[in-house]
Design a protein around this ligand. Structure first.
Ligand SMILES: Cc1cc2nc3c(=O)[nH]c(=O)nc-3n(C[C@H](O)[C@H](O)[C@H](O)COP(=O)(O)O)c2cc1C
Length: 410
């Protein structure tokens, strides 16, 4: 994985990597040079979307690549790599440290992910998507795959217990060549009873042979990197993150994320960072640390304590997408000023408008919890929360938030 979490993947359908602005492109060129890859940039505005290579990427394994720029002047890279070099790590683990927005079902909707990316999150995932739901054609499940151009590259997170179905859906996602899709993450940590009851999510931490079959099958079927997210263990008597992580690496996972709590703990207690450090020690693939990052200082501490290759933030971003700005400032050693109340309200408004544009007015109900989080700690927040919980149209929500914002000046 790389800072900007840019991956190129082996595929008959070339992977599309948006490198963004000129500085990012320079980073990419530097990274290629370090790996002794020779790249030649094509002229501006040419060859966008063409499969004909316009630049050669020379490495012991490389086939050919194509770099171009689209009309928005964002550098774009097409690469065709043989399968065995599926993962091209664009980030320099010595100097770069990616900050990822965690997948959170019911929370990390597309609108929220866009805001977090704008605040500096390097990578984001869809909410977890049922492989079985996709397989049986559920529209609701398929709708979770929607991603925004603002969050490229990004990952889809799948959950499932049947190796064949998970593999088939991983393959389908690759075949569909979703623009910006950089990896497929397998959820093996979800603690919810309705998930574990089907042998999915964290139930797989009690069934390593099945988990291995799922990862192997997905890695074989997918032309994109397969990554796995799991927990410290199932319960206090079954703490097996290190064995599980080794199994994941041996089965073909190209990165893991470890949440330092057991399934039994759900989200309570403190996350165990020692187990993240142990997993990091045991693996040679990148390890992302997750659990209890609620500030820039926490992110620095998690990195220092575990040596992890990146941090993932979940609850710390609820109502506070600014946390990515804070973490990025901390990583650069710069001071951070928290957003004023008005800026938080503006973020809530952008979120609500965008979510309603994506999902229609029913999204206002989903927005209630977000608004409560955005308002938390503000003057009169509890009365406002009660008010928000009665609102069911965007217009009412906008009026309420705008009026409240105005009242802050008085
Ligand atoms: C509401 C909620 C929904 C979540 N949904 C997912 C999910 O869909 N997939 C997943 O891998 N983890 C999910 N998680 C777990 C988080 O990604 C993360 O591992 C966990 O919250 C620990 O990180 P934190 O301490 O930063 O919150 C969810 C967590 C919460 C609170």
């Amino acid at each position: 994985m790389r800072s900007l979490a840019h991956w190129a993947s082996a595929s008959l359908h070339p992977a599309l990597i948006t490198l963004g602005s000129a500085p990012k492109r320079l980073l990419f060129e530097r990274s290629c040079r370090r790996r002794r890859l020779r790249i030649v940039l094509s002229p501006v505005n040419t060859l966008w979307g063409l499969s004909t290579p316009c630049a050669q990427l020379n490495s012991p394994h490389a086939a050919e690549g194509c770099i171009s720029e689209d009309c928005s002047r964002r550098a774009v890279l097409f690469i065709n790599f043989p399968k065995e070099t599926a993962l091209l790590l664009f980030f320099d683990p010595e100097t770069e440290f990616p900050v990822l927005l965690a997948p959170m079902a019911g929370v990390t909707d597309l609108a929220f992910r866009e805001i977090c990316r704008a605040m500096g999150a390097d990578f984001s995932y869809t909410e977890m998507v049922s492989a079985k739901g996709l397989y049986y054609g559920s529209d609701r499940t398929a709708s979770l795959l929607a991603a925004s151009p603002a969050e490229r590259p990004y990952g889809v997170q799948l959950f499932g217990a049947e190796p064949e179905i998970v593999a088939a859906m991983a393959k389908r996602l690759c075949d569909e060549a979703h623009e910006g899709l950089a990896l497929i993450d397998l959820n093996m940590g979800c603690p919810a009873r309705k998930i574990t009851g089907n042998g999915e999510g964290s139930a797989l931490m009690r069934d390593l042979p099945r988990a291995a079959r799922i990862i192997q099958a997905a890695a074989k079927a997918s032309s994109l990197p397969i990554t796995v997210k799991f927990r410290k263990g199932y319960d206090a008597e079954h703490i097996n993150a290190v064995a599980f992580a080794r199994m994941a690496e041996e089965s073909g996972a190209q990165m893991v994320t470890v949440h330092g709590r057991t399934r039994e703990q759900m989200y309570s207690g403190r996350a165990d960072w020692d187990i993240i450090a142990e997993v990091k020690q045991a693996l040679s693939i990148p390890v992302i640390g997750n659990g209890d990052v609620f500030s820039g200082a926490d992110a620095l501490a998690l990195r220092a304590y575990t040596g992890c290759n990146g941090v993932m933030v979940a609850r710390g971003a609820e109502g506070n997408p600014f946390i990515f700005r804070e973490i990025k400032a901390a990583l650069r050693g710069e001071p951070y000023s928290p957003p004023a109340a008005a800026e938080r309200i503006d973020a809530a408004l952008v979120h609500a408008r965008r979510l309603v544009a994506c999902r229609g007015n029913r999204a206002v109900i989903e927005m209630r919890k977000h608004v409560a989080w955005y308002l938390s700690g503000m003057r009169g927040a509890s009365a406002l929360r009660a008010q928000v919980n009665r609102i069911d149209s965007l217009a009412e929500l906008e009026a309420m938030l705008t009026q409240y914002k105005g009242s802050l000046d008085s």
